[in-house]
Design a protein around this ligand. Structure first.
Ligand code: GRF
Length: 220
């Protein structure tokens, strides 16, 4: 069984989609812990109610990024470890709104994965939906990628596209993209835990040729 640790900052809807798919599809994996960067993160209560070990680290209570990252790594390895010095098999960023330093990223290299709410490499960073609308995009979406020290630029595992509709604002587009996130993130993680992904440089291939893209016009 692979041990997954999920990092969140807020409501945790991706975390829920992942935990539910893990149970329903009987992945060879378990959610070892959910860790939040904010004590009040709504997703923590959902995880606790299901018996998943949780922890909240208040990033504001740490002197700087390096201290926070070190404390976060300690919690990840403690809650997600095998008790014999090995940390978790995979650290899953699911709406984790903290930039992680290069040392942290290197420590979990190859076992750190993120979902970003844009079709990368377009719109790395924040405010992706408004920026897609302002740029006149007719497609928006989300990207699951392995994390490298360069923000939002690691090898792409899967992407989902949804339309940008004429009356959209950032909130309505965000809702539509989120629906697609809930489909592709669990799918990509299942591939990872089942060992079905091959990484060569920036290119990631599903060895069984399952489509790594999803066009989801009706997702709500
Ligand atoms: C998602 O859109 C994710 O892509 C972004 O933040 C949002 C988190 O939503 N990074 P949730 O906490 O998973 O509901």
């Amino acid at each position: 069984m692979k041990r997954l640790v999920i990092l969140i900052s807020g409501r945790g809807s991706n975390m829920q989609a992942i935990a539910e798919a893990c149970a329903r599809e009987r992945w060879p994996a378990r959610i070892a812990a959910v860790i939040a960067s904010r004590p009040g993160a709504a997703g923590l209560a959902w995880a606790e109610a299901r018996g998943i070990p949780t922890r909240a680290l208040d990033h504001r209570a740490h002197a700087d990024r390096a201290v926070f990252d070190a404390e976060l790594a300690r919690s990840i390895d403690e809650l997600g470890g095998d008790g014999q010095g090995h940390g978790p098999d995979l650290v899953v960023l699911a709406g984790f709104m903290r930039i992680l330093g290069a040392d942290f990223v290197r420590r979990y290299a190859g076992r750190l994965i993120n979902i970003h709410p844009s079709l990368l490499p377009s719109f790395a960073g924040l405010h992706t939906h408004q920026r897609a609308i302002d740029a006149g995009c007719v497609l928006a979406g989300a990207t699951v990628h392995l994390v490298t020290p360069e923000l939002d630029h690691g090898p792409i595992v899967a992407q989902a596209a949804v339309p940008v509709l004429p009356g959209d604002d950032a909130a309505s587009l965000s809702d539509r993209v989120l629906g697609a996130e809930h489909l592709i993130y669990p799918r990509a993680l299942r591939w990872w835990v089942e060992g079905q992904l091959e990484v060569q440089g920036l290119r990631v291939r599903h060895i069984g040729s399952e489509p790594q893209w999803l066009i989801a016009p009706q997702v709500e």
